[in-house]
Write a protein that binds this ligand. Structure first.
Ligand code: SAM
Length: 253
């Protein structure tokens, strides 16, 4: 007897749509969504599509009309509520475009709530394109089955952000200089600091001495080491998020 097909079918394409969804509603897709379903996934009449709206949750729909450049889907039912992701922000100084898009993608997969590009003294690439970055975050959320999208804030100067830092949020400051002092154990920092958190990752050139002092002067800042080796900023971002998620996040740690 054929195995009962998984419900919703794992293979069904999954898309984020920026409209509030509900059971029984019809939705017309065109533009990049239609191109993806028609040209890439070669979707057919009656085939299933998973949709999420970053407001109410995830739904299963099926195709009722296939046009040349658009489709109509009927929403059959809700499959999942919008998730509560752990309260973690990523503050990362922009680096080369592709690698910064990569950070945004991986940070979304790993489960952050918000990403804030930080302009520091040694930040070279300030030409980040928020739309492109957002598109990478949405694609990553579609693929990793998130039902809540991370927020993306506009680029902000480090000192401006520190001036208005929320009192209840710990700032885990990835400091490549702290390891040799023997301090900065990330594991111990996680044990000691529960609650809303943020990770601060510097540019390729690192933070200047003035910035280092400014960050350390913030009562909520917690300098942490990511080991004795100097990691590239994108590696450091993924390592730090993974450590926090395993220790304080939703990885059943
Ligand atoms: N300026 C540094 C240097 O050349 O010595 C390297 C900066 S590193 C490429 C970029 C950022 O990654 C750093 O500002 C820091 O936030 C983080 N990072 C890299 N390695 C680290 C480590 N071993 N421990 C803590 N943070 C690290």
């Amino acid at each position: 007897m054929p195995a009962t097909p998984a419900y919703p079918p794992h293979s069904a394409p999954r898309l984020y749509v920026d409209v509030e969804l509900s059971e029984g509603a019809e939705i017309r897709l065109d533009g990049s969504h239609a191109h993806y379903l028609l040209k890439v996934m070669r979707i057919k009449q009656d085939q299933p599509v998973k949709l999420f709206d970053d407001r109410t949750g995830e739904y299963l729909a099926h195709v009722t009309m296939v046009g040349k450049r658009d489709l109509i889907l009927l929403i059959d039912g809700k499959t999942r509520e919008r998730e509560n992701v752990p309260d973690l922000w990523l503050l990362a100084a922009p680096i080369k475009k592709d690698r910064y898009n990569w950070i945004a993608e991986k940070a979304t997969e790993l489960g952050i709530t918000k990403m804030i590009p930080i302009q520091t003294q040694r930040t070279q690439n300030t030409g980040i394109k928020p739309d492109k970055l957002r598109a990478h975050m949405i694609e990553a959320a579609e693929q990793c089955e998130r039902t809540a999208l991370p927020e993306l804030e506009p680029l902000i100067k480090l000192e401006a952000l520190l001036d208005s830092w929320p009192g209840d949020r710990h700032l885990f400051f990835a400091d490549e200089r702290i390891h040799e002092s023997g301090a900065g154990s990330f594991r111990k920092a996680l044990v000691a600091h529960a609650g809303p958190a943020a990770l601060l990752i510097g540019p390729e050139g690192g933070f200047s001495d003035v910035e280092n002092e400014m960050i350390r002067a913030l009562p909520q800042s917690v300098p942490v080491s990511l080991g004795p080796r100097i990691l590239r900023a994108d590696t450091a971002a993924v390592a730090a998020i993974s450590l926090w998620m395993a220790g304080r996040g939703d990885w059943n740690g």
